[in-house]
Design a protein around this ligand. Structure first.
Ligand SMILES: Cc1ncc(C[n+]2csc(CCOP(=O)(O)OP(=O)(O)O)c2C)c(N)n1
Length: 347
């Protein structure tokens, strides 16, 4: 897979033919981007209003890196998310009420309020609950890919993480193992330039984190992570390779988080110029302009989607705010498996 530097959304006079995607797919990608952005911005407001506790990890600015790969995956495919994958949760189809319940830590959340507000997981849709230890879900996701390989299933795993997580030893062990066994997994690195306050330049001596794949014997590709079409198509190509038994791919998406590491971080280690530069590359605006240029998005259509998305979000928030918190004993339930091995249809 050659390195891709061209931006799909920068082509002059775009047509559906030269973009290579159907109107349905483009509208699906756009709707998920818009839904993710709206929900994320709403969570930021709700946190400031004291409507839920802890903190909140916004992914505004980097939604294309999660929506693009997840859109079009099969029900049986597995997502191994980290803490900034609200877009994967929305796009894989976790009902909004479960996503909101996770942030609110209520009894109706998939983990019954046990873990982190942004650790979205839901067994029914194949989204594994993220690990708090960075890169933990990369290792678990690699294990899931091994499971598919043992069972001779042509399902795939998408494992998401930031560039900071690539410094963890377990991350390298997982990729090495996947390379040896040609496991059906796509590793997606969201290089948003910062791991909390540590710049990417202090994280590694290489410029492109995708180069790490060379050491493990599979392709690595660095792309513009704010170009939804390019991200979706690059991931679709890697997913097809994985399904065909050709092994993993590492995709590095260059992107940016607009806000702090979490809502309690003023992020004053970044310059205003850097923030402004990346805001001009807003993935949602770019998708909006592209779809308008293609003649498939009108102001009326956008407004109808915005109304529908907000109604869905309002209903989910109302439902969750009425729910209780778990009783303290809940902390001991569902923590250890009493059975081993656990069959696919049982976990
Ligand atoms: C092993 C480990 N060290 C530190 C942390 C605390 N921590 C949580 S998120 C984070 C930054 C991660 O940066 P990156 O992987 O680039 O993802 P991003 O937050 O930028 O999306 C850190 C240091 C942790 N959860 N696990």
């Amino acid at each position: 897979m050659p390195a891709k530097t061209k931006s799909k959304t920068a082509v002059s006079k775009p047509t559906l033919k030269n973009i290579g995607l159907s109107e349905e797919t483009l509208m699906g990608l756009y709707t998920n981007l818009l839904k993710t952005r709206t929900l994320d911005e709403r969570f930021r407001k709700l946190f400031r209003q004291g409507r839920f506790a802890g903190t909140y990890f916004s992914a505004v600015g980097q939604e294309a890196t999660t929506v693009g790969p997840t859109y079009g995956t099969r029900e049986e495919d597995i997502i191994a998310p980290s803490h900034r994958e609200i877009g994967a949760a929305v796009t894989k189809g976790i009902p909004l009420v479960h996503i909101v319940a996770q942030v609110y830590a209520r009894i109706n959340s998939p983990d019954k309020g046990k873990t982190h507000p942004c650790h979205y997981g839901w067994r029914a849709k194949g989204v594994i609950s993220p690990s708090s230890t960075l890169a933990g879900q990369t290792i678990v996701g690699t294990g899931c890919a091994m499971g598919f390989w043992i069972q001779k299933k042509d399902n795939v795993v998408l494992a998401f993480f930031g560039e900071g997580a690539t410094s963890r030893g377990g991350w390298h062990e997982a990729l090495n193992f996947a390379g040896i066994h040609k496991l059906p997994i796509v590793y997606i690195c969201q290089n948003n330039l910062w791991a909390e306050s540590v710049p990417a330049t202090m994280q590694a001596g290489i410029k492109h984190f995708a180069d790490r794949a060379k050491a493990y014997g599979f392709p690595g590709v660095t792309i513009d992570g704010n170009d939804i079409v390019l991200v979706h198509q690059t991931a679709a190509e890697a997913i097809a390779r994985a399904r065909a038994g050709e092994g993993p791919t590492l995709i590095e998406c260059k992107t940016y988080r607009w806000y702090g590491h979490s809502e309690i971080d003023p992020a004053d280690y970044r310059t205003q110029d850097e923030i402004d530069e990346w805001r001009r590359k807003d993935p949602l605006d770019r998708a909006d302009r592209l779809l308008q240029d293609l003649g498939i998005l009108t102001t009326e259509k956008r407004e109808a989607i915005v109304v529908e998305v907000n109604q869905e979000i309002d209903a989910a928030i109302d439902a969750c705010e009425k729910e209780k918190y778990a009783e303290p004993e809940e902390a001991y339930i569902d923590v250890y498996s009493e059975q081993f091995p656990v069959r696919r249809d049982e976990y």
